[in-house]
Design a protein around this ligand. Sequence first.
Ligand code: SAM
Length: 279
Amino acid sequence: MSVLKETRFIMDKYHISANKNLGQNFLIDDETVLGIVNVANISKDDLVIEIGPGLGTLTKELLERAGQVTCIELDKRMIEILQDRFSMYNNFELINNDVLKVDLKEIIKKSNLANTKIVANLPYYITTPIIMKLLEERLEIQTITVMIQKEVADRLITKPGTGDTGAITYAINYYSEPKRVLEVPNTAFIPEPKVNSSVIQLQILKEPKVKVEDEAKLFDLIKTAFMQKRKTLVNGLANSNKYGTKEQIEQALTNLNIDLKIRPEKLALEQFAELSKVL
Ligand code: SAM
């Protein structure tokens, strides 16, 4: 049965309509489903953590390939469906909770499989907090393969210092090697979202790309700079009153050979790292 037919069948059987508040857009395109699981490169040596399994469209494919699939789903209605569909698989585990509240470290510690991979068609209303949680908790994971809004993907995979970036671009590039792996039109979902989507894959680095002693300071500096993105870096930081006087900030930039008129999005990750050491 095609994914579209299966989705319609399940939605009818359980009288399900998508809950917009939970970011529910169900995948209905066979090619996209296979595209995601293929690119995630899952084997029986892998624990897969799936965030927001919904009706279980990706889950079904993941269960066939992975050693273990642990799904985290907030919507109770989905829990009943997922249990009915997959309780006969002995590599299936289901957690009914908000992913932001789940102790992922504990799940990974419990597993005796060689690798852990995250796969998800993420709820778009909390894409950023979820990705930041996955990165900042320094989980022992190999890859994160997630569907997100195309515009957000553009910002996440852009190289820091090259234009349309945000504070999160630097975090992504600090912890991982990001790439876009699939473009997905809005017609691949029920209901159709207003925007197109992309699947991105983050290859988690064993060591962060730059070395700093105070990681928290580096990220605070970046966030502070991006709070006033339209201002020059000097003015943005000076206005925050956290990183010294305007003259001190200018002196630090001069010592690092950085243009005094530079805007935050033009700084490379390495330059922010150097700046965080001297400010
Ligand atoms: N994986 C399914 C698919 O591809 O068709 C559904 C994807 S849908 C975009 C996002 C899913 O995340 C929904 O099932 C929704 O209920 C779930 N969700 C929303 N907020 C969540 C949260 N805080 N924690 C866990 N799951 C959540």
